[in-house]
Design a protein around this ligand. Structure first.
Ligand code: SF4
Length: 643
């Protein structure tokens, strides 16, 4: 059946909305494939505004991987701002893709990538605008399968009512497997309809279909058990791990945005995973083990990506880029190649050591030495032991001294507030550290023109981490500690003016905590908040704590649970956690032991890249292994393509 573009109806309305260019598509390297000759059609969504969604690596990779396949079509859709939402409702225009402006409801599958739980209300807006029932059980035969992925999908229970399925882990291979299951099912004449397709996906063991699992509760509100309710459906759903990143060198042809976006550069992921073992870090835990892309593949990707896009900035991405076994050669090789050109290189990097300064120097050959960011995360030595971030204050001072000596003038320090076992004093020590940083800069340069910016985020305990059992600090405590720190810095005549302090109040963290560790009962809260106007909750100007607490009060009425129960309550080892049936590979006993060690003062866990395996469980249970260099290969020769 031909599917018509909504663009002729949309275009005349765009002059009345903000930033209309974000809805028109047609970016360099975007694709519009023939609808009728495609057998399987994906709509890929990033549930935030275009400016945030377009640069998302996950969506760009899957968009290309899928479109490269014969008979497969993939288009992108993003959240529309409330001004366009109102107009679309008024004119009956459905949620559309920016590529072909096709209605999302016409696709076979809507894949939504969640980086943060605060995007959940935007999912509901998109479903509703697409004309899809909000609840998966109400969907009709012809409606797309709604599939969640991304880091937040490691606990999809709060959105279990709204999605048909979820996948855990790396997307490249599983989207193709899902595509083949759909293709087969369609070719066979759609046996047993929608339910038959979902069952085929579920029995594969790699796709979670929430409706095939029943959750029962104890009288006190805790979960009693989660059990499959269909034959052949596994008790545990496993995450996907791509083992050879060199075999998946995407994006090859990165999308070049038309409207302003948060990152305008070509990003190459130089490795996936992190085994440093920071106890708060969900990304590090769920992406294990470390798998490096080889130096030669990185070099080829940079060359190809710049040629295909015309970008003049390259970012080398990963969870801790300076840890790549060949980062020194890579940085020097790329810096040599692009020296004297307009191409700049960047390395989002947080490791606190002098080696990082050497790298930063290489990368700034073509640019200014503006700011360097380090993340001690915890204000006191005690706190850093608890979170397994083994950085001493002296290490930090040595590093920043080297940075200032090398011409850097701005240092940014990132911390968290509300960490387990934290006391007021731990946060106040941030002030002392910032003062020493300024003094080190003044001593190293003989100048008073030195700045240090301290950014503080509220800690949110996340599933699949050792802190998954922890009590989250209430927002009053977090706010009180941050206010005290602010007052201390304001009163400081000697250093105060050189130190900038950035922080948010603790309320959004509580809602993020509710959504991160929530179970299926939290879905009703999300729906109430959305019905009450909740949109773009990750944006402080749109977020309303009162709307969330009011929604929770209504949704939890008559139940044994409330927002505190999900957030500030510490869990016991025996409690069934909502995500226990979703297997990220981490051994539950290891996680518990690591949590106990944190509470007992924080025995250090080293990085298994360089020390023996300490049995976190991932490699044996997932059939994976650490993959690191050195490969002994060199980056050169490359041809400079962007002069
Ligand atoms: S199983 Fe061992 S080697 Fe693999 S990620 Fe865990 S600690 Fe590291």
């Amino acid at each position: 059946m031909p599917v018509e573009s909504v663009f002729p109806r949309l275009e005349p309305l765009l002059p009345s909305v903000q930033k209309p260019i974000q809805y028109v598509g047609g970016e360099l390297n975007s694709q519009v494939k023939d609808w009728d000759s495609a057998e399987v059609r994906w709509a890929l969504m990033y549930p935030d505004a275009y400016e945030v969604g377009l640069p998302n690596q996950g969506v760009q990779i899957l968009y290309e991987v899928l479109n490269e396949r014969e008979g497969v079509l993939a288009e992108r859709t993003y959240s529309v701002w409330p001004d366009l939402e109102a107009i679309m409702r008024e004119h009956g225009i459905p949620q559309f893709t920016v590529d072909g402006h096709r209605p999302v409801g016409a696709f076979d599958i809507l894949g939504v990538s969640f980086s943060t739980e605060l995007g959940y209300t935007n999912l509901l807006t998109a479903l509703d605008l697409a004309g899809l029932p909000l609840h998966a059980v109400d969907r009709r035969e012809e409606d797309p399968i709604v599939l969640a992925g991304g880091h937040a999908a490691f606990n999809p229970e709060p959105i279990a009512d709204f999605v048909d399925a979820a996948v855990l882990g790396d997307g490249e291979e599983i989207v193709l497997k899902i595509t083949e299951v759909i293709r087969e099912w369609k070719r066979e004449g759609r046996p047993e309809g929608r339910d038959g397709l979902l069952h085929r996906l579920a029995v594969s063991g790699g796709v979670y279909v929430p409706k095939f699992y029943d959750v029962s509760y104890l009288p006190d509100g805790r979960i009693q058990r989660v059990a499959p309710n269909r034959p052949g459906v596994p008790w545990q759903i496993v995450k996907h791990t791509v083992m050879d990143l060199d075999a998946w060198p995407y994006p090859k042809t990165p999308l070049v945005p038309l409207a302003e976006t948060v990152h305008e550069r070509f990003s190459v992921e130089i490795f996936r995973g992190c085994t440093r073992g920071c106890r708060f870090c969900q990304a590090g835990m769920i992406t294990r083990p470390v798998r490096e892309r080889s130096i030669t593949t990185v070099g080829e990707m940079v060359q190809q990506g710049l040629k295909a896009s015309g970008f003049n900035e390259v970012g080398l991405l990963s969870l801790s880029s300076a840890d790549h076994s060949e980062i020194g050669d890579m940085a020097k090789g790329l810096a040599d190649q692009y020296e004297g050109t307009q191409t700049s290189l960047s390395l989002p990097s947080t490791r606190v050591d002098a080696f990082n300064i050497t790298l930063a120097n290489e990368f700034s050959r073509n640019g200014r030495r503006s700011g360097l960011t380090f993340a001690p995360e915890g204000g006191s030595e005690r706190m850093r032991k608890v979170i397994n971030k083994m950085v001493s204050e002296d290490d930090l001072i040595r590093t920043v001294t080297t940075a200032y000596e090398n011409g850097w003038r701005q240092v940014k320090l990132y911390f968290m507030c509300g960490l387990p076992t934290e006391e007021d004093q731990d946060v106040m020590e941030i002030a002392g550290m910032a003062r020493r940083v300024i003094q080190a800069g003044r001593d190293a340069t003989g100048s008073r023109d030195i700045r240090c910016t301290v950014s503080i985020g509220g800690f949110v305990p996340k599933p699949h981490t050792p802190f998954q059992w922890a009590a989250q600090a209430d927002h009053e405590t977090v706010d009180r500690r941050l206010r005290a720190l602010r007052d201390e810095l304001r009163q400081d005549k000697q250093y105060g003016r050189a130190i900038g302090l950035r922080y948010h109040d603790g309320k959004p963290s509580i809602i993020e905590g509710l959504l991160s560790r929530g179970d299926r009962r939290v879905g009703a809260v999300i729906q109430k908040v959305w019905e009450d106007g909740g949109r773009f909750d990750g944006w402080s100007e749109h977020f309303s704590y009162e709307r969330w607490t009011a929604g929770a009060e209504k949704a939890f009425a008559g139940l044994q649970v409330d927002v505190d129960w999900y957030t500030t309550r510490e869990r016991e080892e025996v409690e069934v956690l909502p995500w226990d049936h979703l297997d990220a590979g981490l051994d539950r006993e290891w996680l518990w032991q690591d949590w106990q060690e944190a509470v007992d003062g924080g025995a250090e866990v080293e990085d298994c890249r360089w020390t023996p395996c300490y049995d976190c469980g991932v490699c044996p249970s997932m059939g994976t292994e650490i993959q690191i260099g050195p490969t002994g290969k060199k980056l050169l020769p490359l041809t400079v393509v962007n002069g």
